[in-house]
Design a protein around this ligand. Structure first.
Ligand code: NDP
Ligand code: 8X3
Length: 252
């Protein structure tokens, strides 16, 4: 079988772009997400376009038992996974600490932190056996805290710390761990953050050219295809008109 990559959160945005990039380069793919219809559509389109094999696993990364069941269900022929892209994640709300909803905080921590841990831990025997490279999608929000970013930032700081600690602990198995920290990427991210408010979501990207999922997918693919003795520890990737989590140069 060709090389295999497992990408979480492949139904949209960065994860979907990663699936398309890896498929276009001949990888077979295990794609995951909660929206089964979108997973099936993506699976068919990748098979048709790139003549690769695709295994779709529909589960919620927040549910540890569901994650473990899904990972256990991976057939033997699919267990030789070379790359794991821990991408599933979200932000909910952009509110000051005193106004933010506890339920939003819980969902972000449960998805961005615990979900990543559940998936990676369930895959650990496969990762050790195959020296699977782990690529965690962090964020500029995991490098700099910004106003009203509170718990989303905390969840991504955790991804940064977890990536560093995985790298130290798994080095003895020659497992590479890469963290990719994007700035603003135009995906469904802001629509989810603003709970379906399309105007607020669009306003995030007004006046500058944001990144697109494919920009991040190229970087993920690059990091994943270097010789095995080379590990990109981390990359911070920004739109040219964004200098930090806070500073943007807008043409308005
Ligand atoms: P999207 O909303 O477009 O995609 C998010 C993906 O995560 C979807 O495929 C979604 O699938 C999946 N997902 C979310 N929650 C769960 C869950 N509980 N269980 C399983 N899958 C889940 O956003 P992006 O592509 O932008 O986000 C991808 C990653 O990139 C996230 O970790 C995000 O924090 C990070 N990021 C995004 C930036 C941006 O500006 N867009 C910048 C920096 C980092 P489904 O709904 O089908 O479950
Ligand atoms: C997404 C980028 O700046 O909205 O992680 O937090 S930001």
């Amino acid at each position: 079988m060709n090389k295999i990559a497992l990408i979480t959160g492949a139904t949209s945005g960065i994860g979907k772009a990663c699936a398309e990039k890896f498929a276009s380069e001949g990888f077979h793919l295990i794609i995951t997400g909660r929206r089964n219809g979108l997973l099936s559509e993506l699976k068919q389109s990748l098979i048709d376009q790139f003549q690769i094999d695709v295994l779709d696993l529909c589960f919620d990364v927040q549910d540890r038992l569901e994650v473990e069941k899904a990972i256990r269900s991976i057939p033997d022929a699919w267990r030789n996974i070379q790359v794991l892209v821990n991408n599933a994640g979200l932000s909910l709300g952009r509110d000051s600490f005193e106004n933010a909803m506890i339920e939003d905080w819980e969902t972000m921590m449960q998805t961005n932190v615990n979900g990543l841990l559940y998936v990676t831990k369930a895959l650990m025997p496969i990762i050790i056996e195959n020296k699977t490279q782990i690529i965690n999608i962090g964020s500029i929000a995991g490098k700099e805290v910004y106003e009203n970013g509170n718990v989303y930032c905390a969840s991504k700081f955790a991804v940064d710390a977890i990536s560093k600690s995985m790298r130290i602990d798994l080095m003895k198995y020659c497992v590479r761990v890469t963290a990719i920290h994007p700035g603003a990427v135009e995906t469904e991210f802001s629509l989810v953050r603003f709970k379906g408010d399309a105007n607020k979501a669009a306003a995030v990207y007004n006046g500058f050219t944001p990144l697109i999922g494919a920009d991040i997918a190229h970087a993920v693919y690059y990091a994943a295809t270097l010789p095995s003795h080379v590990c990109i520890n981390e990359m911070t990737i920004m739109p040219t008109q964004q200098a930090s989590a806070f500073y943007f140069h807008k043409d308005i």
